[in-house]
Ligand binder design. Sequence first.
Ligand SMILES: NC(=O)c1ccc[n+]([C@@H]2O[C@H](COP(=O)([O-])OP(=O)(O)OC[C@H]3O[C@@H](n4cnc5c(N)ncnc54)[C@H](O)[C@@H]3O)[C@@H](O)[C@H]2O)c1
Length: 321
Amino acid sequence: MTVLIIGAGLVGSQVARILTDAGERPLVMDQRLQREVLAKIVDLGKIDLIEGDVLRPLTLSAALARGNITAIVHTAAYPLLTLGAQKNPYAAIELNIMGLANVMETARIHGIGRVVASSSSVLNRYQSGGGDGGDLSREEAVPRPNTFYASTKQAVESIGLNYTKSFGIEFAALRYCPVAGPWSGPGGGGPSGIFRAMVENAVNGREAVVPGTAMEWVYSKDAAMATVQALRVASLGSGVFNITMGRIFEPAELAAELARAIPGVQTRIEAQPPGSTWSGGDWKPADISRARKILGYEPQYPMPRLLDDYVAWYRAQVLGS
Ligand SMILES: NC(=O)c1ccc[n+]([C@@H]2O[C@H](COP(=O)([O-])OP(=O)(O)OC[C@H]3O[C@@H](n4cnc5c(N)ncnc54)[C@H](O)[C@@H]3O)[C@@H](O)[C@H]2O)c1
């Protein structure tokens, strides 16, 4: 059994690492392979790498024709996620939606039985409307995503679920919340970059800026483990799963955790500008009970362990100390 991983970034790299740790040899495809960055996460001698664009169905088809691929993990998305899609909606719509459509259609043609795709917890949050008393004969009964990125992820979920219904391809859409984790090149979303700068500044003795809003995080290793669990569970069927740490961190709590992990660190909590995409509103942790029950997901990296692991990786792999 070989898994094709599309997108070798913050999450895809960890999926590759978990599979190689288990003795598998995944095929990893990315449009812009960051080999040196990837090598700090996974042994490149234990994976097969191809440069390829998910928007080119023939490239995808050629990857699947390499043989013995039984499942696909699809993590490619338009760079900088919400921020990127707000700046370049057309390109994000094309990549996020048509990328998934290409994956599903190629899977159908090649007889691939299972696809695990990345969705996002933005769908738990960036929604508005949902009125008309839930009466579906009326226009505003359902809430609608209110960012371009969330709109694309809604399409990803719906299209994937329909491929199960019509063609029997098992499909999971994993709603990761903002992902923090080891990565030393471009990648991840806005919050991933803010978390990364916070950790790197703290380790290097500079002021660490803590995002000034309550946030729910997930470690990239936990996001990747859930992804692998969705590959392995005997009967996946189709479904959408929240993949988060299961709790929210207030800015002061995060600053305190950082101070514990890196004694002597100087922190500053940065207020979010009004109207910022991730400030304000009710903030409730995602319910991860379905992922627990069906995938066997259990977050292994609560914030203290996340920070210790991340800091150790950064010191060893980036600073070489
Ligand atoms: N990082 C987060 O905070 C977060 C949160 C929720 C959901 N997600 C979702 O998880 C998935 C993975 O996110 P990530 O943080 O690993 O992102 P990332 O940017 O680190 O990795 C995505 C990878 O996809 C590649 N890619 C982009 N366009 C491509 C194309 N046309 N063909 C092939 N590869 C292409 C990029 O080069 C990159 O290496 C995405 O779908 C994202 O929407 C991420």
